[in-house]
Write a protein that binds this ligand. Structure first.
Ligand SMILES: Cc1ncc(COP(=O)(O)O)c(C=O)c1O
Length: 496
């Protein structure tokens, strides 16, 4: 079915009437880039010249000449009587990572802040867009108990809970903070007073608050390398001097970090399950890291994004559970344990910082909803959350096993998958040194949404590998797609 692009054009196409660049060129460049970036899809219908002219307050002739130009370049096709459509056969032009930078560089430099430039070129935009099998970090959305959740949501919106229609508590719902404190004691060995918990709209908002409250421009930030892209880019954008710290078999390489980048202000780490390599930080390393942070007045951000999913043995308690002096800011999220669009996360903060966090959250926008907060609290207190996690653990373990089996059967000439006992993805090294980005692109054409490991690196890339999510991939599709993957990888082998 053909979808109208009218909405998309209206919301993001802004004409700068003071610019030296003629209006028709601004519109042309914008549409061309939208097509190249895959935002406008092959066969998608563009608004009629009359509609677009009205919406942009330009003459119809301007739009007609834009469409004619794009037609002559092959980007669009006019069909008499039906309108103008994005040309087919442009799929190959879609970039590795969906990009939101849809405006030409010179125009960008002239009109946007440097911060917007940094943000625009972040590879973290990979978080957006449609989700296909093997996209890392995606939970089993098909198995979420939607009906049950809806009951909780609707109860949180009734007349008796009418205050939920207002802004809610400055720190997030008190009830939810108590539910989270209970969950942390039960599952992560943390004794936390609910007063120390601040609700955010996901882990990313927690990182934003932390960076604004605790970091000054040019402060050193230790960041695991490879590491979580969105958090790292944020630290750079906010002005931190991000120091890439390699990972060894005990986790973040502390001796390397101390000798190369001493006395950091912030230390970002994922000790339960290193993102993306999957290493669990050893107890010795945890203790040494805490000691160093204490002696050097550094703050540790512990990102515990997917610790619920461990398939063998008991998890180590959180790093924060070992922290006796209050140097760890523990960040949790429901994006993995429930679903990302719930947009609820939290940060456990030493009490003396709480006021600053509350005020900053207020100024930056209270982006979580009191309705969802209340629904989630009741969902947790009634045991539905724990039940869901247990079910997902079994399901993800099965999906992981099938994926590993199929990779062994179909891709052993080309890939060396690393077995994992935790998390939602596996890493599969590419044997013949082929660029993981090229492989990623080729696989994407067949509906296989892996990510190249190289995009997680800051600076030189150490490994060419695919990051393959199993949690969000249905069992029935895995064998067929992995077999396809094997065929595609063989073509790379042959051309080497
Ligand atoms: C390492 C890591 N931390 C945190 C998050 C969650 O971010 P949010 O809670 O903002 O959805 C993700 C999601 O992709 C992640 O990969």
């Amino acid at each position: 079915m053909v979808k109208s692009a009218k909405g998309a054009l209206l919301s993001t196409l802004e004409i700068d009437r003071n610019s030296r660049i003629p209006i028709y060129r601004q519109i042309e460049d914008f549409l061309r880039q939208m097509i190249l970036d895959g935002v406008l899809l092959p066969s998608q219908k563009l608004p009629s010249s009359r509609e677009l002219a009205l919406e942009l307050d330009v003459s119809r002739i301007t739009i007609k000449s834009v469409y004619e130009q794009l037609n002559s370049e092959g980007y669009v096709q006019g069909k008499t009587g039906s309108g103008t459509f994005v040309s087919e056969g442009l799929e190959g032009e879609t970039p590795v990572i969906p990009s939101l930078s849809i405006i030409k560089k010179e125009y960008f430099d002239e009109n946007f802040s440097q911060t917007a430039g940094h943000i625009s070129f972040s590879k973290a935009s990979a978080r957006y867009g449609s989700i296909l099998p093997f996209r890392p970090g995606v939970p089993a959305l098909d198995k979420f108990p939607i009906k049950r959740w809806n009951k909780y949501l609707s109860r949180a919106t009734t007349k008796s809970s009418i205050t939920n229609l207002s802004y809610g508590d400055l720190l997030g719902s008190q009830k939810l903070r108590a539910s989270i404190a209970y969950h942390l004691a039960d599952s992560r060995g943390m004794k936390v007073d609910p007063k120390q918990i601040l609700i955010t709209s996901g882990a990313q908002q927690a990182f934003v608050l932390i960076s604004y409250i605790l970091m000054n421009t040019n402060d050193t930030v230790w960041y695991e390398n490879p590491g979580h892209i969105a958090g790292r880019d944020l630290m750079q954008i906010v002005g931190g001097d991000v120091a890439p710290i390699p990972i060894d078999d005990e986790g973040l390489n502390l001796p390397f970090a101390i000798s190369n980048f001493p006395k950091p202000k912030l230390i970002f780490t994922t000790p339960s399950h290193q993102q993306p390599l999957g290493i669990t930080m050893s107890l010795q390393r945890r203790l040494a890291l805490l000691k160093y942070a204490h002696e050097n007045a550094s703050w540790i951000i512990e990102d515990d994004y997917d610790s619920e999913f461990r398939y063998r043995g008991r998890p180590l308690p959180a790093l924060a559970a070992l922290d006796k002096v209050g140097r760890v800011l523990y960040v949790g999220t429901f994006s993995k344990s429930l679903f990302p669009s719930v947009r609820i996360g939290y940060v456990v903060v030493p009490e003396m910082l709480m006021d600053a966090f509350a005020k900053t959250r207020n100024i930056f926008g209270q982006t979580s909803s009191a309705i969802v907060e209340e629904a989630l609290s009741n969902f947790m207190d009634d045991g539905c959350f724990a039940e869901h996690i247990r079910k997902m653990r079994r399901l993800y373990r099965d999906r992981r096993d099938i994926l590993l089996n199929e990779l062994q059967k179909n891709c052993s000439n080309n890939l060396t998958p690393q077995k994992t006992d935790a998390g939602m993805h596996i890493i599969a090294d590419i044997k013949n040194g082929t660029s993981d980005r090229l492989v990623h692109l080729e696989l994407l054409k067949s509906g296989i949404d892996s990510l190249p490991l190289s995009i997680y690196y800051l600076g030189p890339v150490q490994r060419q590998a695919l990051v393959l999510g199993f949690s969000g991939s249905q069992k029935k599709v895995i064998p067929k797609l992995v077999s396809k993957m094997g065929t595609i990888l063989n073509t790379f082998q042959a051309s080497n």
